[in-house]
Design a protein around this ligand. Structure first.
Ligand SMILES: *Cc1c(COP(=O)(O)O)cnc(C)c1O
Length: 413
């Protein structure tokens, strides 16, 4: 029998929600593999390779592979005052909307928003320390994840790394000596977001570093905005441990801080440089800023998140709502789902934040490894597997998605 034509095979897939050229690709691949019958599977494979929603049942709240903090993003197809000053009718700055709200929240004199925290660190170094020395403790020369290594970023930015102290102990005198020898442009502290050094350790506080008269930059990474957590009715949760916050780090003398917006801030992927206005301005005026600037979609989502903080409405920030859901509520959701054994679990923030801190949680345990079948569901469900047991942690699942989880489990049995 002659194989079907690519066109007729592609037309037979028209019920699949993909544009015709991609259906043609699927048909062509199937025919060239000598398996025209696999065209439908090929088309479904193409469809599932597109960016789309997934249900995070891993118990890792800020799962980098699952997009970190969940957040709704949308904007109407309308012009905005992105770079237009409505007061004067002349050109404005995209750094005066969300950035001003970040200042209001943190007490920073000024702030600038870039695409992520890696860009924030790169921009700070390029703008303030090109061809000059930056002192960093040997205990903080780390890889944050995904290949973001502090020494590499420093090299790319054109700043010269001066290693200070030892892996476990770095004292003020070590920084002072480094500055005297190398005339440091910056003293930089990198928050150990994804590791912990314990035992015989000593680090130098921001407050004492600030006494050396060199600008102090703190890469906080996680972006906890204020130690008091006034946006939570219950106040600061114990699982935050010793996590430092942006506002207090600036108060203790940091000249600049950098942080991610899609970690503990619970906003869109973006990065912030906040602090002294002359330093922020030097960053904002650097040519790299053009390459690092986010678009209106992100700035709008960031503005919405900042406004929620100012309203003290943590419940409207999905990350905080999920993190603070009482375990009793998770247990009753698990019971109501009736798809397996209701169990207590431990969730965590993840995404390179709060290493070692766990959040009591609950979910459902199902015998066997059904993770593949759960991923195959219409809305994929991503679960954890331990020793041939699948665990669906409900702390990271939106309650509105419980029925989709139930359907995914039912279809996998
Ligand atoms: C996460 C993190 C970064 C990288 O942030 P991205 O927004 O992912 O680029 C940099 N520094 C620290 C300390 C971090 O925790």
């Amino acid at each position: 029998m002659r194989p079907p034509s690519v066109d007729s095979l592609a037309r037979s897939l028209s019920d699949i929600d993909l544009p015709p050229p991609l259906l043609v690709d699927a048909a062509r691949t199937a025919i060239s593999n000598g398996q025209p019958d696999s065209a439908r599977d090929e088309a479904v494979r193409l469809q599932r390779a597109l960016l789309g929603p997934a249900i995070n049942a891993t118990g890792v709240l800020l799962h980098t592979n699952l997009g970190r903090a969940p957040l709704a993003y949308s904007q109407p197809a309308k012009a905005t005052n992105l770079e237009f000053d409505l007061e004067t009718g002349t050109r404005g700055s995209r750094n005066h909307h969300a950035a001003n709200l970040i200042c209001r929240l943190t007490g920073a004199q000024a702030a600038v928003i870039v695409n992520n925290c890696s860009a924030a660190v790169t921009l700070v170094l390029a703008a303030l320390a090109r061809d000059r020395a930056v002192a960093v403790s040997r205990g903080e020369l780390v890889e944050i994840g995904g290949g973001f290594r502090v020494p590499d970023v420093m090299a790319e930015s054109g700043a010269r790394l001066v290693e200070v102290g030892t892996t476990n102990r770095t004292r003020l005198d070590d920084y002072r000596t480094a500055h005297q020898v190398h005339q440091a442009a910056l003293l930089m502290k990198v928050h150990p977001s994804n590791y912990r050094i314990s035992g015989f350790t000593e680090e130098t506080s921001v407050k004492s570093l600030a006494s050396l008269g060199v600008p102090v930059v703190v890469d906080l990474g996680s972006g906890l905005i204020d130690a008091a957590c006034s946006w939570l009715q219950e106040g600061r949760p114990s699982w935050l441990g010793e996590e430092p916050a942006v506002k207090q780090t600036l108060e203790s003398g940091a000249d600049l801080v950098t942080f991610s917006c899609d970690k503990l801030f619970g906003g869109p992927q973006a990065g912030v440089i906040a602090g002294r206005s002359d330093l922020v301005e030097a960053c904002a005026n650097h040519p790299l800023m053009r390459a690092f600037r986010p678009g209106a979609l992100v700035l709008n989502a960031l503005q919405q998140t900042a406004l929620a903080y100012l309203r003290r409405d943590g419940d409207s920030i999905p990350f905080w709502r999920m993190a603070q859901t009482p375990v009793t509520e998770l247990l009753s959701r698990a019971d109501a789902m009736s798809i397996g054994r209701t169990v207590h679990t431990m969730a965590m923030t993840g995404g390179g934040s709060l290493p070692g801190e766990q959040i009591p949680s609950a979910g459902v345990e199902i015998d066997g490894d059904i993770s593949r079948r759960l991923r195959d569901a219409n809305t994929p469900v991503i679960a954890r597997v331990h020793d041939q047991t699948t665990v669906i942690d409900l702390r990271t699942v939106d309650p509105g998605d419980d029925s989709l989880v139930v359907a995914a489990v039912a279809s996998s049995i």
